[in-house]
Design a protein around this ligand. Structure first.
Ligand SMILES: Nc1nc2c(ncn2[C@@H]2O[C@H](COP(=O)(O)OP(=O)(O)OP(=O)(O)O)[C@@H](O)[C@H]2O)c(=O)[nH]1
Ligand SMILES: [Mg+2]
Length: 571
């Protein structure tokens, strides 16, 4: 059994983080800040990949400073020969010098090929894994210099900031320090010690650095010129060269393989954190909250437009709320109930209803089930298409405007929520309303508005009329036995019984009609409810679902950013 486990690749979490960030960038359309910063963010991710690939490579040491502070002179002093042109002319360095071991692999510099500068090769074993770079300045009148410098600065692991007694507080320098602090290791060298470096100046520099967030900055003071002159004269740099020997010791000994790895790993974490922070600022503060608030607003907007559409169609089909139309539909619903009764009372109701219709007392012409449905559908078609179209367009515009108000990209919402894209339209809404009304009528017809053929209600209403009806033959029989005729004078009693049947039924019918009026009103509400439900589902599909999918995609970008953050946290 082996206890060995595969060596952990320190770059792996960063590779995964880069993948997630690329995926986030591909979903940037809803986040205006991210879309705008796309090139910078993409370059940032490339930077993570580059730094990750360079984890086991050479240490890139960059001399950073304004023009004339003595960067090239310092490199010449370290090399002990004249490899980087240094002069009183400002600026002097236009081409970068790479001071590197002859076996060094310079390819990780990627888009900064050594062709952009000179390679000064050496075979000093202690410097095998270190490349010292003397780049152009960042503050001279030659703008191209800064452009040449920046990719080198991006690639650098250790930045040796070179300053002199006059140039150490410049804004341009401190901007760069603020930008790269946390992403690189830093060492600060004050040059031109031979010209005198008052303690006050050193302390002022230290204070400026501490103010910029560098805790206990490591500072050295040298005279590059003295050191260079000593070296080319075959002497060791003496006291006049200041901390030059210490600087050489740091570069040659202190920066051993372990320390290089440590610096590179810390820098990689810093770079990745910086890129994630750039993504965060691309989506802005409270992104998830804004997104979910927007989703909530979409639902409100959808509810609003559903109820507007429901009101429009139900007004057309059923009349204004509270005072439904006394019309064929209502007559139909009333009739459904009227003809649902059985027994003697049912016969009375049917007859009286026909009579009322004949006498013109019914509300309107009776219609059958097919006609009733056709009527409802025709009324749906009478609704103004333009008004419905406007309701829909307004709702989609409102959802789009809310998206923008939540700090999201209006174009993304516009293209994903446009009715032409989601399929919401006046014709579709009318189809749903008509389907709802006709389904409701179908169900109401099938159920006879809830009245089954035989029930307690039938029994109660038929009780007295049936007893009275039975009383007539009973009395006729009795009369036959006693008077030998079925009725004779007592026929009056039979007539009385019939009259009673009619009277009782008449009273009962009045009660029943009132109950049926309520039943019809409920049935109208059923129709309205069914239309609203269908319209609601239609708007749900056509507005809420696209809003949700937009929010999901925008949220997926946030998930990717969070996942990248977690990966970096694991490293
Ligand atoms: N007195 C003094 N002069 C120095 C020292 N180091 C450099 N110089 C002088 O300062 C001037 C500029 O030096 P460079 O090394 O060219 O400066 P640089 O930072 O490379 O300048 P650019 O290439 O223009 O960015 C030259 O005249 C150097 O001789 C030093 O330690 N003491
Ligand atoms: Mg120079």
């Amino acid at each position: 059994m082996t206890t060995d486990s595969a060596p952990r690749d320190p770059g792996a979490p960063f590779a995964r983080a880069a993948t997630r960030l690329r995926s986030a960038l591909s979903k940037a359309e809803s986040w205006p800040g991210m879309a705008a910063a796309r090139p910078t963010l993409a370059a940032g991710i490339d930077g993570i990949d580059r730094a990750r690939a360079g984890l086991s490579g050479s240490l890139w040491i960059l001399l950073l400073g304004g023009t004339g502070v003595g960067k090239s002179t310092l490199l010449d002093a370290l090399a002990g020969r004249d490899i980087a042109p240094a002069s009183v002319k400002r600026p002097t360095t236009l081409r970068t010098t790479f001071y590197a071991h002859r076996d060094a692999d310079l390819s990780p510099l990627g888009d900064v090929p050594p062709g952009a500068g000179e390679l000064a090769a050496h075979d000093i074993e202690a410097l095998r894994e270190k490349v010292v770079i003397d780049p152009p300045d960042f503050d001279s009148a030659v703008d191209a210099n800064r452009a040449r410098l920046m990719p080198l600065l991006d690639a650098a692991d250790l930045v040796i900031v070179v300053a002199d007694g006059e140039k150490y507080r410049d804004e341009a320098l401190h901007e760069l320090l603020a930008r790269y602090r946390g992403e690189k290791a830093f060492l600060f060298v004050m040059n031109k010690l031979d010209l005198g470096l008052p303690d006050a100046v050193r302390e002022d520099f230290r204070a400026a650095l501490e103010g910029a967030g560098f805790e206990e900055p490591r500072m050295l003071a040298v005279s590059a010129r003295e050191a260079f002159e000593a070296r080319v004269g075959g002497r060791d740099p003496g006291e006049g060269a200041g901390d030059l020997i210490e600087l050489e010791r740091i570069i040659a000994e202190e920066l051993d393989r372990a320390r290089i790895r440590e610096i590179k790993a810390a820098n990689l974490s810093g770079i990745a954190a910086h890129v994630v922070a750039a993504f965060d600022s691309g989506v802005g503060a409270g992104a998830r909250e804004r997104l979910s608030a927007w989703s909530g607003r979409c639902r409100e907007i959808a509810r609003g437009v559903s109820s507007r559409l429901g009101a429009r169609f139900s007004r057309a089909v059923l009349g204004a709320r509270g005072k439904p139309r006394a019309d064929e539909l209502r007559t139909y619903l009333h009739g459904l109930q009227m003809f649902s009764f059985g027994g003697v009372f049912g016969v009375y109701l049917a007859l009286s209803e026909r009579l009322r219709a004949l006498l013109g007392r019914a509300w309107s012409r009776p219609v059958d089930a097919i006609e009733a449905r056709a009527l409802a559908e025709a009324r749906v078609r009478s609704v103004d298409n333009d008004a419905v179209g406007l309701d829909i367009a307004n709702a989609s515009a409102a959802a789009t405007a809310e998206f923008a108000a939540s700090g999201l990209a209006v174009d993304a919402a516009r293209s994903r929520l446009a009715p032409s894209r989601t399929g919401l339209c006046a014709g579709g809404a009318a189809r749903e309303a008509a389907r709802g009304a006709s389904e409701a009528l179908e169900d109401l017809t099938a159920s006879g508005l809830g009245a089954s053929r035989f029930n307690l209600r039938d029994l109660v209403y038929n009780l007295i009329p049936t007893l009275l009806l039975l009383a007539i033959p009973a009395y006729a029989g009795y009369s036959m036995v006693t008077h030998k005729v079925p009725f004779g004078r007592p026929a009056d009693a039979g007539l009385l019984a019939l009259a009673l049947i009619v009277a009782v039924s008449y009273l009962q019918a009045a009660l029943v009609r009132r109950a049926f009026a309520r039943g019809s009103a409920r049935a109208l509400l059923d129709i309205e409810g069914r239309m609203s439900a269908r319209l609601g589902a239609y708007v749900e599909r056509g507005l809420v679902a696209p809003c949700d999918s937009l929010a999901r995609d925008a949220g997926a970008a946030l998930d990717d950013i969070d996942a990248a953050r977690a990966e970096i946290g694991k490293s």
